[in-house]
Design a protein around this ligand. Structure first.
Ligand code: UD1
Ligand code: MG
Length: 517
């Protein structure tokens, strides 16, 4: 049990909002999830259900925030330590009911004065705004307890709100309901605000005299009424906010609804989403105005996308920062940075540590890992760049492999600014290719290449004259050879001539410049 006094109020303007405590009930088991992971750690839109409960509670700026844990408590405590290390926790060893859970939650908080809000760890859609409105309604009515309620089509399983006009007289659990009570469609969400004294008195007088033999928190309402105290209800129209998750079918429904809301929120903020049904955006993602998202795209974690960028189709980005106006098509990326105006995909795999500069390119069937690729540098086709430093303007030819692993060490390869690596080269790390250097296609580079040098590291071509005719006479190969005129294809001749002309022009220009100086 930890007892760190939680969020202390400092801002006087906000202090009118502040409540004495929020108790988040999270001790129950999640049997129907059939999981070795605590139900509260299962995720909705990328974040644990419990994290939503904690952040909604924080909107009330409570002087104390306590989470009551029980089932799978080691997992839950470790997770809380991660996401909200400053919240207090209390242990409920045996789940003797919601009333008992609140007793456990308050046990270490000492004398409380003011309002105590009770909420659940497994209602991820509940917002801080709703909690604030609940407390406001409670204050406006001058009530001693206010229950968040909803009208539902199928109230089965929920506690029913028994009213006496505007007042809430009692809450009756499903198993304790008369037929008349069972037909009531206003249900108890399980979320309440209590006057601290009303709660303390009620909890002190609970009995297990009910169908489940538990200490019901709901009986605090009956006890308050017996003391002549006012109990009211705040009805919420958005029923999703009161819904818990008990199994994986409900978990999927909740994820779908949460995603609908997130995607719609981004569309309203100026993001084009071509197919909302196949676009999944985690709650933590940040998108700028005029981003376009194409179908089958999933954006997770701390991913952020700057204005004018286009993502998808068929793209998953986890913790990826995408720069302004970049294009990312059919890509899987994790922990990467994509510069402004850069081009990625289709079929690119960006692994952690990839940083692509502005207007750079990572193209089709390219995998990168721990690769810092400079502005305007290009790795366009069929390549693996691991542990690479590729400076601005460099061009990495198709099929180039940065051979970074020798079975023992992962080593670095540097390719200098504007260097040109020919297709199908292997750069055996650690190795350095200088600025402006060329590597001939098909080279296996094991030695450093100085700036401005050409490296050729491959066997020379050898041709055996008439080999087919001698060794495969009469074969289809021989027939084809005999049928041909033996001339080089005119397109090849043409492009050879063009290349020669361009090479000559480059030399002439250079000489003319030198002559002029
Ligand atoms: C409870 C309410 C019911 C309401 C419903 C809304 C009571 C007696 N009944 O029903 O009126 O309509 O919630 O969902 O309060 N928990 C503990 N310790 C316990 C028991 C429960 O921490 O000993 C926690 C659970 O983890 C869960 C929450 O309290 O987060 C509610 O428990 P659950 O058993 O689901 O609620 P019900 O009894 O069905
Ligand atoms: Mg129960």
């Amino acid at each position: 049990m930890t007892s760190d006094p939680s969020t202390t109020q400092t801002d006087p303007e906000q202090s009118s909002r502040s409540v004495a405590a929020v108790v988040v009930l999270a001790a129950g088991g999640g049997t129907r999830m059939k999981s070795s992971t605590s139900k509260l750690l299962h995720k909705v839109a990328g974040h644990s259900m419990l994290s939503y409960a904690v952040s909604a509670a924080q909107a009330l700026q409570p002087q104390r925030l306590v989470v009551v844990v029980g089932h799978e408590r080691e997992q839950v405590l470790a997770h809380l330590d991660d996401i909200a290390p400053h919240v207090s926790t209390a242990v409920q060893d045996q789940q003797n009911g919601t009333g008992h859970a609140v007793q456990c939650g308050l046990a270490d908080l000492g004398e409380l004065d003011g309002e105590v809000v009770v909420t659940y760890g497994d209602v991820p859609m509940l917002t801080g705004e709703t909690l604030v409105e609940l407390v406001e309604a409670h204050r406006a009515a001058g009530a001693k307890a206010t229950v968040l309620t909803a009208h539902v089509d199928d109230p089965y399983g929920y506690g029913r709100i028994v009213r006496d006009g505007e007042r809430v007289a009692r809450i009756v659990e499903q198993k304790d309901c008369s037929d008349d009570e069972a037909s009531i469609t206003e249900i108890n969400s399980g979320i309440y605000v209590f006057d601290a004294d009303t709660l303390r008195h009620g909890l002190g007088n609970l009995t297990t005299d009910n169908a489940q033999g538990e200490l019901y928190l709901t009986d605090v309402i009956t006890i308050a009424n017996q003391r002549g105290e006012l109990v009211t209800a705040k009805i919420i129209d958005d029923v999703w906010q009161t819904e818990g998750v008990n199994d994986r079918v409900q978990l999927a429904r909740m994820n779908r609804e949460m995603n609908n809301r997130i995607v719609e929120g981004w569309m309203r903020a100026g993001v084009t989403v071509v197919d909302p049904a196949t676009t999944w955006i985690h709650a933590s993602v940040d998108l700028a105005q005029d981003v376009t998202i194409l179908p089958n795209t999933t954006l997770e974690g701390a991913t952020s996308v700057a204005t004018g960028a286009t993502i998808g189709p068929d793209t998953t980005l986890v913790d990826v920062e995408v720069g302004e106006g970049a294009t990312v098509i059919r890509t899987h990326g994790t922990l990467a940075v994509i510069g402004a105006g850069a081009d990625v995909g289709p079929f690119s795999y960006l692994r952690p540590g990839t940083q692509l500069g502005a207007k750079g390119k990572i193209g089709a069937f390219v995998e990168t890992k721990n690769a810092v690729i400079g502005d305007g540098a290009k790795v366009p086709h069929l390549a693996y760049a691991g542990d690479a430093v590729i400076d601005a303007g460099a061009n990495i030819g198709a099929g180039t492999i940065f051979a970074n692993y020798d079975g023992l060490n992962k080593s670095t390869t540097h390719v200098g600014a504007n260097a040109f690596v020919g297709s199908n080269s292997v750069l055996v790390a650690p190795v350095d290719i200088g600025a402006g250097a060329f590597v001939a296609a098909g080279s296996t580079v094991t030695d450093d290449v100085g700036a401005g040098n050409l490296a050729v590291a491959r066997g020379r071509q050898h041709a055996s004259e008439g080999w087919i005719g001698k060794r495969r006479p009469g074969s289809k190969w021989d027939e084809a050879a005999k049928a041909s005129d033996g001339q080089v294809h005119p397109k090849v001749t043409e492009s050879r001539a063009k290349a020669a002309e361009k090479n000559q022009q480059a030399l002439n220009t250079q000489q003319a410049q030198e002559g002029a100086q």
